[in-house]
Design a protein around this ligand. Sequence first.
Ligand code: AMP
Length: 228
Amino acid sequence: MAVGALLLRAVIMGPPGSGKGTVSSRIVKHFALKHLSSGDLLRDNMNKGTEIGIIAKTYIDQGRLIPDDIMTQLMLTELKTLEQHHLLLDGFPRTVPQAEALEKMCPIDTVIDLDVPFETIQQRLTARWIHSASGRVYNLEFNPPKVPGTDDITGEPLVQRDDDKPETVMKRLKSYAAETRPVLEYYRKKGVLESFSGTETNKLWPHIHRFLQTKLPDVSQQDTARPS
Ligand code: AMP
């Protein structure tokens, strides 16, 4: 990285089921930046049994957010090791105090907000049905069972996981909205929020791609580019 070159400091935000994972992996494929996901970092700490991992597990198991001071310290420590890279943060910040702490160390210049209607997400997430005895998974949109509500092989009834039930999905979406709306507002006021609204990841992606190309070169195209 050339001295003085501007480094991208981006955050991606979007509710569960908004396609954030797919969009993040496409961004990483096309642009030379480091993707830092708070959820992945916490899971990594839990797998390694670190002190933070043990504390984090007690919160995650209860479906609660990790306290701001622990989360911020963990992320900022990790960020220090990545200072020389373009960055895409994912899952952090989730609260205004986290955003404020981040701003002090690493001012954010771009926030990509996936603005997908809750009804679309609910339809997506509740489309999954399983046959519990075999673990066979059906999706009402992409691979529906031959006879609605029954397993193709045994004819037994299909069930929904608790996580996929409409009331659970709505609860998760509502708590996301309550948590993150103030964070979106925080970034809107700073003038760095870019919202992408739509119902399909594949239709949102070209807009996000075009937007990011105004900031960084697409390195996935460099392989095929011929020298002029
Ligand atoms: P995720 O994979 O982003 O859904 O994160 C999994 C869990 O880790 C969340 O449900 C939270 O309990 C916790 N977590 C992840 N990121 C944060 C954050 N920025 N602040 C607080 N808790 C977090």
